[in-house]
Design a protein around this ligand. Structure first.
Ligand code: EPZ
Length: 426
């Protein structure tokens, strides 16, 4: 397993171009299964999760190439809607394939994706949404077979604005007969991106970005070329890293409007943020101020995917802050690792009480999940001394070569890959 070795204490500085959004690319790759032909998707970052998704599409019969940041798919050869259990377990986002494959084939077999480090990750809202569209669902252990001769439009209300369930239902409804409305839908920018992609192929969807989405079913779609939006969570991660190291960083290819809640939080902490079109400039010469309360909530509120990163900044702030996590029940696993670096954080159920310290100290820490791992990298950049971050594969799921990205901003960060034990070292 790779490790990252970080020499901390150096402010980040310089300019960086943000990668395409993982959480937009994954559903868009899945949605490509709705159409027969060649689809080109630009600004798709090189990530483990993208590799797994492309592997599944190849397994189902598609041709899939990923050159630099462009994915070229040919779905003509798509012949199966049975997603292998091993591949489902590698990446729970393969659940996004349910809706498109059900709409295209009338049947899909998946396996319970199971929980992960951050929580149980149930899929009941996905299944009940597809059932509302007329799907029959049979569960046999972890195997789930879902079939429908023809999906029919329906009025669907989500008990919780689930991102994945909203996307799965949207994709299934595109080829259904009649009108589908999704109320209490998730409003994330990635859902708007999915709507834009589907409508470019001839779908008739309105309302993404609001809490009510309407889909008018169509007979078929036409292949297209599309470019994915920039990744707002990678953008936010770099912004927090710049602030935590008291650096000065310019970020290009951003969507500032996707980050209003983070920008508000960072400005409350005393960080200088300037926005000009798709450019964000971050500057922080002083110690951050504590923030009495931040609560993670569905978009456009403060995103759970930036909770661990901002906690690092607050761990260095002047005063006591409280961070409440309301989306995932297991998303404080970075706290114990930060404590090894000198952070003073106490967790009580879904709230973390963060007493800022003047500095963190390098240590050997372990990434437990994607965003917790990113937070530990930020902590290592800000800490005095050397930090070793282990289990870096978690980070590689969502950040395209994070050491190169931050290295371009002056970070002293090196990746070490273990020598395979059958290799003869010269
Ligand atoms: C998406 O996950 C993102 N992943 C997550 O990003 C993100 O944290 C999450 O949305 C919330 O914004 C992708 O887009 C690939 P949810 P998703 O369905 O769709 C419960 C990252 O770091 N729930 O909105 O799985 C669920 O248990 C990842 O990039 C049900 O109860 O999120 C959770 O507590 C992590 N039943 C809450 O809703 C369901 O059927 C939010 O889940 C579905 C979800």
């Amino acid at each position: 397993m790779d490790k990252l070795v970080i020499e901390g204490g150096k402010p980040l500085s310089g300019t960086i171009v943000i990668q395409g959004a993982k959480n937009a690319a994954l559903p868009i790759l899945a949605a490509s299964m709705l159409v027969e032909g060649e689809v080109t998707i630009d600004q798709v970052p090189r990530l483990l999760d993208i590799d797994v998704m492309l592997g599944i599409l190849r397994e189902l019969g598609c041709r899939a190439e990923h050159d630099d940041q462009t994915v070229r798919l040919d779905t003509t050869g798509l012949h199966s809607s049975h997603i292998p259990e091993a591949l489902m377990r590698q990446m729970r986002s393969s659940i996004f394939l349910m809706g498109p494959l059900l709409a295209r084939f009338g049947e899909v077999t998946i396996y319970q994706p199971g929980g992960c480090a951050i929580g149980e990750r149930k899929i009941d809202l996905h299944l009940s949404g597809l059932q509302a569209l007329g799907a029959e669902i049979e569960e046999d252990g972890s195997r789930i077979v879902c079939y429908a001769k023809k999906l029919k439009g329906a009025e669907i209300h989500l008990d919780f604005p689930s991102v994945g369930a909203t996307e799965n239902i949207m994709m299934a409804a595109v080829l259904a007969e009649g009108l589908t409305t999704i109320s209490n839908a998730a409003r994330e920018p990635e859902i708007q991106d999915l709507q834009h992609f589907l409508n470019r192929m001839g779908a008739k969807i309105i309302g993404a970005g609001t809490d009510t989405i309407t889909v008018e079913g169509v007979e078929k779609l036409t292949p297209c070329a599309y470019q994915v939006i920039p990744d707002r969570i990678v953008t936010g991660t770099v912004m927090v890293a710049a602030a935590a190291t008291r650096g000065e960083v310019t970020l290009l290819n951003t969507c500032p409007s996707h980050l209003t809640s983070l920008i508000h939080v960072l400005r409350r902490a005393g960080v200088q943020i300037a926005v000009d079109g798709d450019i964000i400039k971050v500057g922080a010469a002083l110690r951050p101020k504590a923030i009495d309360r931040i609560v993670t909530s569905p978009y456009p509120a403060f995103p759970t995917d930036l909770q661990s990163q901002v906690m690092v900044l607050l761990a260095l702030a002047d005063g006591v802050s409280v961070m409440k996590e309301t989306i995932f029940e297991g998303r404080f696993k970075h706290v114990d690792e930060l404590a090894r670096m000198g952070a003073d954080i106490r967790v009580d159920l879904s709230s973390a009480f963060i007493r800022g310290v003047s500095r963190l100290y390098g240590a050997t820490v372990e990434a437990t999940d994607l965003r917790a791992g990113a937070a530990l990298v930020i902590a290592g950049l800000a800490a005095q001394g050397k930090t070793v971050v282990e289990q870096v594969h978690h980070i590689d799921r969502g950040y395209d070569r994070i050491e190169q990205m931050l290295g371009r901003l002056g970070a002293r960060i090196t990746r070490f890959s273990p020598v395979p034990n059958n290799t003869v070292v010269p």
